[in-house]
Ligand binder design. Structure first.
Ligand code: PMT
Length: 405
């Protein structure tokens, strides 16, 4: 059972209330957040104000409620931008189907949707709507899109609805939303730090139509980019070719070959606080790039490959250098090879995962990690790559903090 007892926080939470019957529950959310020490400011849409009076939120938050995008008094100082910058986290609760659709498509025709676009902090949404509206394909597409943009979706819950129907669509209880916001593992633990992450595979061309590559989808690296963003970091993502959408607010550098990844990473590494090498970089690339398509003639042909430069090892040699975290993808003797890479490449930490088996690793939604550093280790059990990434980010923050003392 969750208790709030061990949570001590000092956060700025921007609560955006859109127009649904669950708006009354958000009043309790303000009370709970304030009880935990958070400072809360509230933004309401015009339809939200039909359900609950702004005075209720003003009294509970101790701050004036904002509802107008074009408010002459507030906007002379770009009120929506300063509100967005003030927030450590933005929570839209309740988030109606209409609000979710607007946010997922980047519309900005009122204060709430404009704030969403202007926000650079972690964003949470707590959907609330009729169960049929929730299950509608377009709503699910919008939710999927928001998640892929790095938004955390809390709920909804199943149960009896205000309209008399039963199903998914009830807004999560305020205590649950509060728990997600405040107990969010890595929330702001990398605040103000610069994090460089490599993700995905590389492609090493043989001729104009063929290349050597591997099975990396980029999911692990992109999940880490999301988690680092949520933890308050400024994130640069150097990505090999993947079929994923990068989270908003990352500085994305697309590359194709190991040599391009080397150049992109090395040009930015020295100014970073953390480097995480989650990319599956080719260890070898073809010596010859044929200018024309290789013709099918002999029964056998021989490819000559040349070792690529080890990006991770070279980042770890920089002075000063970022806190350097490698990955190890192993099919056997996982601990032995991970410990070897940790020592040989002089890393601060290495996260080892099994590949080539039917669990986790390449391309799956889930993974498990055995993380090693010089004086210790921690096993992170099989879970979604998103959750695993948050756990790894928290571990990195803990180890960095301990290294300081
Ligand atoms: O992308 P997904 O489908 O989500 O899969 C995730 C993953 C399995 C790719 C990821 O979790 C992972 O293990 N990434 C590292 C894969 C890898 O190349 O492992 P390695 O043991 O061969 O390399 C060790 C480390 O050296 C890695 O941090 C790698 O980025 C780095 N390296 C390797 C070669 C090279 N030339 N330069 C490097 O920096």
């Amino acid at each position: 059972m969750f208790t709030f007892q061990d949570l001590t926080i000092n956060k700025h939470i921007l609560l955006a209330v859109s127009g649904g019957i669950a708006a009354y529950k958000s009043a309790e959310l303000v009370r709970l957040l304030r009880k935990q020490g958070a400072e809360v400011r509230v933004v309401m849409t015009h339809s939200a104000m039909q359900f609950v009076s702004p005075l209720t939120f003003q009294a509970l938050s101790g701050n004036p409620v904002h509802s107008e995008l074009l408010d002459a008094d507030a906007e002379h100082a770009m009120g929506h931008i300063s509100l967005a910058r003030w927030a450590d986290a933005l929570i839209i609760a309740p988030a109606t189907a209409n609000t979710l659709a607007k946010c997922s498509h980047g519309l900005a025709d009122d204060l709430l949707s404009t704030l969403y676009l202007a926000a650079t902090c972690p964003v949470y949404v707590a959907p609330a709507m009729n169960q049929a509206m929730w299950h509608k394909t377009v709503t699910q597409e919008n939710i999927h899109k928001l998640k892929s943009h790095g938004v955390t979706v809390i709920g909804p819950e199943p149960g009896e609805q205000a309209c008399g129907e039963t199903g998914f669509g009830r807004m999560s209880e305020p205590a649950e939303i509060c728990r997600c916001l405040l107990a969010e593992p890595g929330i702001r633990c990398l605040s103000g730090l610069k994090v460089l992450i490599s993700a995905g595979p590389t492609r090493e061309p043989l001729d104009p139509v063929r290349y050597l590559t591997n099975r990396s989808s980029g999911k692990m690296g992109y999940a880490l980019a999301n988690a680092a963003l949520k933890a308050g970091a400024k994130v640069t993502l150097v990505s090999g070719p993947v079929a994923l959408t990068a989270p908003d607010n990352v500085d994305l550098v697309n590359v194709e070959t190991a040599a391009q990844m080397y150049t992109a990473v090395m040009s930015k590494a020295a100014e970073q606080d953390i480097y995480i090498g989650a990319a599956a970089v080719a260890d070898y690339s073809p010596v010859m790039l044929e200018q024309q398509k290789i013709k099918k003639q002999s029964e056998q042909i021989t490819l000559t490959l040349q070792k690529t430069r080890d990006i991770l090892a070279e980042v770890a040699q920089l002075t000063p250098r970022p806190f350097t975290v490698g990955f190890a993808a192993e099919t056997h003797d996982l601990e032995h090879y991970a410990q070897d890479k940790l020592a040989r490449k002089n890393l601060d930490m290495i996260a080892a995962n099994w590949v080539g088996r039917d669990i986790g690793g390449f391309d799956s939604e889930q993974n498990a990690l055995q993380v090693f550093w010089k004086q210790g280790q921690k096993n992170l059990a099989m879970t979604t790559k998103n959750q695993l990434a948050e756990q790894l980010i928290r571990l990195i923050a803990e180890r960095m903090e301990l290294n300081k003392t």
